[in-house]
Ligand binder design. Structure first.
Ligand SMILES: Cc1ncc(COP(=O)(O)OP(=O)(O)O)c(N)n1
Ligand SMILES: Cc1ncsc1CCOP(=O)(O)O
Ligand SMILES: [Mg+2]
Length: 204
């Protein structure tokens, strides 16, 4: 089954909490709270509004970057990139009960993250996006096809979600590469009706 992870972002129309609540209303059951320049207190406040909605709807709730805060808030897990706490260190601190996702831009990243005990990989960027600064080179569908083939060759079996500039129209082609799921933000938040857009994406 296709997994859709919604990544929070604030734009001129919607705040982080509103976006997450709309994603849940649209049927998304995997939410990542990503508030890059926020204080821990601002994250606590947003999480305090999003987590009950996740619980009420059986949605998984992850926090971006902040391991200690994720433990304090009792989120379901964290997502960690190359500039964050290494996944093996986070695993030692958090234990097995937390979900730990890791960012990969290459097959070599995936090999490393697997050996460190990550639960899933966010792999990208698929294409250019303004949601994140300092992007790695874009992968496109060819990049994912190559990475998935190498994983098969090396017997690496871990869920991989594509991320970065993904819109509704890209999803079918990306799923054809063998990718397990999609993480997105702007496609939903910039849609005329974000709830309906998420419903459309979920029902693909
Ligand atoms: C699902 C998913 N994949 C990748 C990322 C990017 O994480 P990172 O490289 O740490 O960059 P920031 O999101 O922290 O700017 C992600 N957050 N989620
Ligand atoms: C967090 C992150 N990591 C790589 S691209 C990206 C942003 C995803 O958001 P969007 O779907 O709006 O490009
Ligand atoms: Mg990060």
């Amino acid at each position: 089954m296709k997994q859709i992870q919604f990544i929070t972002h604030a734009n001129a129309r919607f705040g982080y909490v509103e976006g997450a609540l709309m994603a849940i209303e649209g049927g998304c059951r995997w939410i990542q709270l990503r508030m890059k320049n926020a204080t821990d207190d601002e994250v606590r406040q947003a999480a305090g509004k999003i987590m009950p909605a996740c619980k009420a709807n059986d949605a998984v709730f992850l926090l971006d970057d902040r391991v200690e805060l994720a433990m304090e808030l009792k989120t379901d897990g964290v997502h960690l990139g190359k500039n964050d706490m290494p996944v093996d260190e986070a695993r030692r601190i958090m234990g097995e009960q937390f979900i730990i996702g890791g960012t990969a831009n290459t097959f070599e990243d995936i090999e490393r993250l697997c050996s460190q005990g990550t639960d899933y990989i966010g792999c990208g960027p698929f294409k250019f996006t303004t949601t994140k600064e300092k992007l790695a080179p874009v992968l496109g569908t060819d990049g994912y096809r190559t990475i998935m083939a190498k994983m098969k060759e090396k017997g690496i079996n871990i869920p991989v979600v594509a991320i970065g500039g993904i819109t509704f129209d890209d999803i079918a082609d990306i799923m054809q590469t063998g990718i397990d799921g999609i993480a997105l933000s702007g496609a939903v938040l910039n849609a005329g009706n974000p709830v309906e857009e998420m419903k459309k994406i979920i029902s693909l």
